[in-house]
Design a binder for this molecule. Structure first.
Ligand code: ADP
Length: 368
C-alpha cells in the first residue's frame, strides 16, 4: 500500500471520546479514496492528521513506506509532500492564476516554473488563463485552479476536503467526474472528504464510511451498496428501510417471509443463513411497481428524480418501504399502488439490532 493508516486514533485533549477511533485502511499508488459520513464523524480530523496538521494519539500513518505520523513520530506537514485542496478554494485574490499555481514552485528556476504552470493548467482544462484573476473565474474554474496549484509541486498524495461543497448541486457531480478524470490522468493518489454520496460514488475507487470516529466499511461503491457491513452503512448509503423478516426452511429451500410477501430463491444465495427472525434491508431499487401484485401500498411521499420518482409507501400493515418507479408512472399521494419485492442481494441483520460497528449490528448474511 502506498498510503497506510493503521489502527489510528486521534484524541483531542478537551474531549472524552476520540475523534478518530482505531481506523485502518490503505490506498495503492494512483488510487482515489473518499471518506464519507455525517458531520462530526471524524473525517476532517483524519484528513488533517494525514496532512500533518493533527497529532496522532495511537496507531500510525505511512506514506510510501515511511512512518509520517504515530504517537512517537510527527513529520512536519511541509516535509510530507502532501498537497491539499479545501472547499473555499483558498486562491490568493490579488495574484493571477499563473502566480497562484506557481505558489509552491519557488524552488524551481523561472522557466521550469512557467512550463510546469502551463502543464498543470492544461491538465485541468484551463490552458492559457495564467493572466486572469480568481474573481474573473466561475466557482468550478476556481476549484480547478486550486487543484492545479495543489498538483503543481507533484505531491506524493493529494488531500481534498469537501472540494465541491461551495458549488451548485448540478455542477458538483459533473466537477467530481472531471476531477476524477484529471487525477487519473495525473496518476495521483488522492483522498477526499465529503458528506455527499453522489460525489463519493463519482470520485472514489474506495469509499470509507465513518460514524462517531469509527470506520464502518472501506470498500468500492458497489460493495457498500449491496453488501453494507453494518446497519449504519446500510442506512447511510442509498435509500432503503429495514423490514422484519422471518427465514424458514421449506423443503430444502430457505424462504424469507417479509411484509411484501415471500422471497423465494434465496437458498442458493444464502449458504450461511439459518432459520430465524431478522431485519431485511429493502432498497428502493428492490421494490417494483406492479399493478398485478397482490400487495398494495399507499403513497405517502414522492420525490421527482428526473427519470424516476422515489416513492415512500405505507403497507396496510403499517410498514414503510421506498421504491424507485419510472417517472412516467406519476401517481398521486394517497393513491394505493401494487408493489412486489425483487431482491437480488439479500442483506439481513439481527432483529432490532443497533447501529454500532461491533456486536449485534453486524450483518448476519450478505449474499448475492
Ligand atoms: P467531520 O469532518 O466528520 O465533520 P471532524 O473531524 O471535524 O468531523 O470532528 C470530529 C469530532 O472532533 C467532532 O466531535 C468535533 O467536534 C471534534 N473536534 C474537531 N476539531 C476539534 C478540535 N480542534 N478540538 C476539539 N474537538 C474537535
Amino acid at each position: 500500500m502506498f498510503v497506510e493508516v493503521k489502527q489510528l486514533s486521534i484524541q483531542y485533549p478537551s474531549r472524552s471520546t476520540p475523534a478518530v477511533d482505531d481506523v485502518t485502511f490503505g490506498l495503492r499508488a494512483g488510487q482515489i479514496g473518499v471518506l464519507i459520513g455525517p458531520s462530526g464523524c471524524g473525517k476532517t480530523t483524519l484528513l488533517r492528521a494525514i496532512a500533518g496538521l493533527e497529532r496522532v494519539t495511537a496507531g500510525e500513518i505511512r506514506i510510501a513506506g515511511q512512518v509520517v505520523g504515530s504517537a512517537q513520530v510527527d513529520l512536519p506537514a511541509e516535509q510530507r509532500r502532501v498537497g491539499m485542496v479545501f472547499q473555499d478554494y483558498a486562491l490568493f485574490p490579488h495574484l493571477d492564476v499563473g502566480q497562484n499555481v506557481a505558489f509552491g514552485l519557488h524552488h524551481l528556476p523561472k522557466s521550469e516554473r512557467a512550463s510546469r504552470v502551463a502543464e498543470v493548467l492544461q491538465l485541468v482544462g484551463l490552458a492559457g488563463i495564467q493572466r486572469q484573476f480568481p474573481h474573473e473565474l466561475s466557482g468550478g474554474q476556481q476549484q480547478r485552479v486550486a487543484l492545479a496549484r495543489a498538483l503543481a509541486p507533484k505531491p506524493r498524495l493529494l488531500l481534498l476536503d469537501e472540494p465541491f461543497s461551495n458549488l451548485d448541486v448540478d455542477l458538483r457531480e459533473r466537477l467530481a467526474h472531471e476531477i476524477r478524470a484529471i487525477l487519473k490522468a495525473a496518476q495521483a493518489t488522492a483522498l477526499f472528504v465529503t458528506h455527499d454520496q453522489l460525489e463519493a460514488f463519482a470520485t472514489g475507487d474506495f469509499i470509507g464510511v465513518m460514524h462517531q470516529g469509527h470506520l464502518h466499511q472501506w470498500a468500492d461503491a458497489y460493495t457498500l451498496y449491496h453488501q453494507p457491513a453494518t446497519r449504519f452503512v446500510a442506512d447511510f448509503i442509498g435509500h432503503g428501510v429495514f423490514a422484519p423478516a422471518t427465514l424458514r426452511e421449506v423443503g430444502k429451500r430457505l424462504v424469507v417471509h417479509t411484509p411484501l410477501g415471500d422471497l423465494t430463491d434465496v437458498a442458493s444465495l444464502a449458504p450461511g443463513l439459518v432459520e430465524g427472525d431478522y431485519d431485511v434491508l429493502l432498497r428502493a431499487d428492490d421494490i417494483v411497481h406492479d399493478d398485478d401484485a397482490p400487495v398494495k401500498a399507499e403513497i405517502i411521499r414522492k420525490a421527482f428524480r428526473g427519470s424516476e420518482f422515489l416513492y415512500t409507501l405505507r403497507l396496510a400493515s403499517g410498514e414503510i418501504v421506498m421504491a424507485h418507479v419510472p417517472s412516467h408512472h406519476d401517481h398521486k399521494i394517497g393513491e394505493w399502488i401494487g408493489i412486489r419485492a425483487k431482491v437480488d442481494h439479500i442483506v439481513t441483520f439481527a432483529r432490532g439490532g443497533t447501529d454500532e460497528a461491533e456486536g449485534s449490528g453486524l450483518p448476519q448474511g450478505i449474499h448475492g
